[in-house]
Design a protein around this ligand. Structure first.
Ligand SMILES: *Cc1c(COP(=O)(O)O)cnc(C)c1O
Length: 227
């Protein structure tokens, strides 16, 4: 078995075990974060059955999407978005998980091509306030949700978060629980909401335990970036 295939089996097993511990009857989706890894590795993982891939840099992501055209892959943009890059994102990706301000939302809605299905949107919530750079406050999130109701080229699917890194599981769970509470409130009022994207290589067990519906794993699938 190749290294990637071993990693894939191990990550899926971790997700299964954590879901079992949490008495969950549905497994969270796995997003393979392929930033800084080449298209050969993506192809390998896709052939093993992986469908969803995430990229953090617009040009790098678009290059890979073009190189892998024709393969059944759902592409997610998960990195910081500058407003001069929204057009590329709107034209090439199926999901954007990292929307944290109104200006970006408005531009994505204008720029999503009419021949494509609506762009799936997660709003990035800033959890653990001080230490995190990107993400919107609860108040900003609620304003963006109001605006989303009139944006026909976007489909609001839920929240994403990147808490400050911590090795302590109790701290990890505390952050994720804060996000879960906001997610549940939002979900009650928004029937299209079905996705809570949280958990990475280092904290996926805590995220799955708390109720994540999508984990984003890079390192533990592909190895160290730049290695
Ligand atoms: C890089 C990245 C990940 C994956 O992180 P790993 O620790 O390598 O699993 C997940 N989410 C986002 C937003 C990222 O930028």
């Amino acid at each position: 078995m190749s290294k990637i295939s071993e990693n894939y089996t191990a990550v899926k097993q971790r997700i299964k075990l954590a879901s079992k511990d949490a008495n969950r009857n549905s497994l969270p989706k796995l997003l393979a974060v392929s930033k800084k890894h080449g298209v050969e590795k993506i192809k390998q993982l896709q052939q093993l059955g992986q469908l969803d891939f995430g990229e953090s840099y617009v040009q790098e992501g678009v290059d890979k999407i073009q190189q892998l055209e024709g393969l059944p892959i759902v592409w997610h943009f998960i990195g910081p978005i500058q407003s001069n890059k929204t057009k590329s994102v709107a034209e090439n990706f199926a999901w954007v998980q990292s929307v944290d301000r109104m200006k970006i939302l408005t531009r994505l809605n204008k720029q999503r091509p009419a021949n494509l299905s609506p762009l799936n949107i997660l709003l990035q919530y800033k959890v653990g306030s001080e230490a995190t750079k990107s993400g919107a406050s609860e108040q900003e999130i609620l304003l963006m949700i109001e605006a989303l109701a009139d944006m026909s080229r976007l489909r609001f699917r839920g929240l994403m978060c990147i808490p400050p890194p911590s090795k302590d599981m109790a701290t990890q769970r505390q952050y994720f629980t804060e996000v879960l509470q906001l997610y549940q409130e939002i979900k009650k009022k928004n029937p299209s909401v079905d996705t809570l994207s949280m958990g990475m290589s280092g904290d996926l067990e805590s995220a799955v335990l708390v109720g994540s519906t999508m984990v984003r794993v890079g390192t533990d699938l592909f190895g160290q970036r730049g290695a």
